[in-house]
Design a protein around this ligand. Structure first.
Ligand code: SAH
Length: 224
């Protein structure tokens, strides 16, 4: 049997390896198209568990988890509203509100999840009242992803976005690009140094021309 020290050393090495794999997978997700995320995780299901463990550790260091803010926001509104949670992870939203919540992710962490690419979800046009992206706008095809959210949202429906603050290079350009995507700003909370919380209303279909301001920097975590 390994001595206590050897076991501790091995545990530390395993932790480092998992950390390195998490950062590698995370970087892949932020630098490739959303369709590729589906393939990445389907070809390597273990990667998904490593990713999620690392993600939970990162967010666990923050003073507040944005998903709790979104849950609070949903609870202020009627439970009859239908919600779509894009990149739902462990489905904390669905398990915390009374609303009907469609949960989409690339791998099912929970039986509630419908496995798909968030740029192509199996919902009818104008079928949901609220679309949520909580730390989930990862793919480089951001425009396509937001077009999909626009498609499934009813006119006047709400889009709730929580994203890592450091991903926004130019928040004003981003907000005006969102207006071109058919989303009017309702509120923006930029007070946390960790994440921004943005709320929009769907005003109509997106304009098809590309939006230069619609860019988010990848969120690359440092080695610790
Ligand atoms: N919204 C959850 C999880 C955020 S982590 C929360 O706040 O706790 C980002 C999630 O987006 C991961 O679960 C990841 O698997 C998912 N994701 C990344 N790319 C995706 C894609 N192309 N389609 C669907 N989900 C995706």
């Amino acid at each position: 049997a390994p001595s206590g020290r050897a076991a501790a050393l091995r545990a530390r090495m395993e932790e480092r390896l998992l950390g390195a794999r998490f950062r590698y997978i995370n970087q892949q997700l932020y630098t490739s198209r959303s369709q590729d995320a589906l393939h990445l995780f389907q070809s390597d299901p273990e990667a998904f568990h490593i990713y999620h463990r690392g993600f939970a550790q990162q967010v666990g260091r923050w003073p507040e988890n944005p998903v709790d803010r979104i849950i609070r926001r949903l609870r202020q509104q009627p439970a009859s509203l239908v919600v779509a949670d894009f990149g739902c992870g462990d489905c904390k939203i669905a398990s915390s509100v009374r609303n009907k919540v469609h949960c989409f992710d690339v791998v099912p962490l929970s039986p509630r999840v419908t496995v798909c690419d968030m740029a192509k979800v199996p919902l009818a046009a104008e079928s949901v009242d609220v679309a949520v992206f909580c730390l989930a706008l990862m793919g480089t095809n951001l425009q396509e992803i937001l077009e999909e959210a626009n498609r499934v949202l009813k006119q006047g429906g709400a889009l709730l976005v929580a994203e890592v603050a450091s991903r926004f290079k130019d928040i004003r350009a981003f907000m005006s690009a969102m207006a071109q995507m058919g989303f009017r700003t309702v509120s923006k909370d930029l007070s946390s140094t960790f994440f921004y919380l943005l709320e929009f209303t769907k005003t109509g279909p997106p304009r098809r021309r590309p939006c230069a301001g619609l860019r988010l920097l990848p969120c690359l975590y440092k080695r610790r």
